[in-house]
Design a protein around this ligand. Structure first.
Ligand SMILES: O=c1[nH]c(=O)c2ncn([C@@H]3O[C@H](COP(=O)(O)OP(=O)(O)OP(=O)(O)O)[C@@H](O)[C@H]3O)c2[nH]1
Length: 191
C-alpha cells in the first residue's frame, strides 16, 4: 500500500496552516492530495483556553464534512490558534485535531508557546483578532508578512513562525496516531 494516495481535507484557507499541513504530510505520506476549504469555527475570534480552541477544531471538522460530503477523505484536519493568560504572561500557540475518518477517531496535538509583549496583552480581548492588533501596533509589518509568519513569527523575527507552530501541533497529533497503532516514526505504511 506504499503508494496509496491519501486524501486530506484542511478546514482553513490560511496560508500558514496550509504550508504546515503540506510540510508534515510530505514527511509522512509518499503520495497525498490536500484540499482546503474555509469553514467557520463557531467560537471567539481569539479563543482563550484549550477547551474552546479544541471545540473550534471539532466544529470546523463537522462543518467541512457537511460541505464536502461528496469527497472521500482519509484524514480531516483542523488547526486553531489561541492565547492563554497565566500569572507569568500571555502566550500564543495552536492546537491540531486530526480525524481519521475510516475508524472515526480523533487525535490531538499542541504547539510550543510564544510569550506576548505587554503592548499586545494590554489590548487583548476574545473578540479582537490578534493579527489585526499586531498590524495596528507594528505598521512596519504587512498583512502578507503576518499571513506567512503569524504573530509569533513576526515577534520572534522568524525564529518560531506560525508554520512551525502548526507543524509541531500536527506532528504531536499524527504522533499519537502512530502510538495508537504501536508503529514507529518513519513507517509511512502505518498510515
Ligand atoms: O496560533 C496563532 N499563531 C500566530 O502566530 C498567530 N497570529 C495571529 N493569530 C491569531 O489567532 C487567532 C485564532 O486564529 P485562527 O486559528 O482562527 O486562524 P485565522 O483566523 O488566522 O485563520 P482561519 O483558519 O480562521 O481562516 C486569530 O485572532 C489570529 O489572528 C495567531 N494564532
Amino acid at each position: 500500500m506504499r503508494n496509496k494516495c491519501v486524501t486530506i481535507l484542511l478546514s482553513s484557507e490560511n496560508e500558514a496552516k496550509i504550508s504546515s499541513v503540506r510540510k508534515v504530510c510530505t514527511e509522512l505520506f509518499p503520495n497525498f492530495s490536500l484540499y482546503h476549504y474555509n469553514v467557520t469555527s463557531g467560537i471567539s475570534e481569539t479563543p482563550e483556553d484549550d477547551d474552546e480552541a479544541i471545540k473550534g477544531c471539532h466544529n470546523r471538522i463537522e462543518n467541512i464534512e457537511k460541505e464536502t460530503s461528496s469527497i472521500h477523505a482519509d484524514y480531516i484536519i483542523a488547526l486553531e490558534g489561541l492565547i492563554n493568560k497565566s500569572e507569568f504572561g500571555a502566550f500564543v500557540y495552536g492546537w491540531a485535531v486530526i480525524k481519521e475518518t475510516g475508524v472515526n477517531k480523533y487525535y490531538y496535538g499542541c504547539s510550543g508557546k510564544v510569550m506576548l509583549p505587554s503592548d499586545i496583552t494590554s489590548k487583548l480581548s476574545k473578540n479582537v483578532k490578534l493579527s489585526d492588533l499586531v498590524l495596528d501596533l507594528y505598521p512596519q509589518f504587512s498583512d502578507d508578512d503576518l499571513k506567512k509568519l503569524g504573530t509569533n513569527g513576526v515577534l520572534t523575527h522568524g525564529l518560531y513562525t506560525r508554520v512551525q507552530e502548526f507543524e509541531t501541533a500536527l506532528k504531536c497529533a499524527f504522533g499519537s496516531l502512530v502510538v495508537q497503532r504501536g508503529g514507529q516514526y518513519g513507517q509511512a505504511d502505518y498510515f
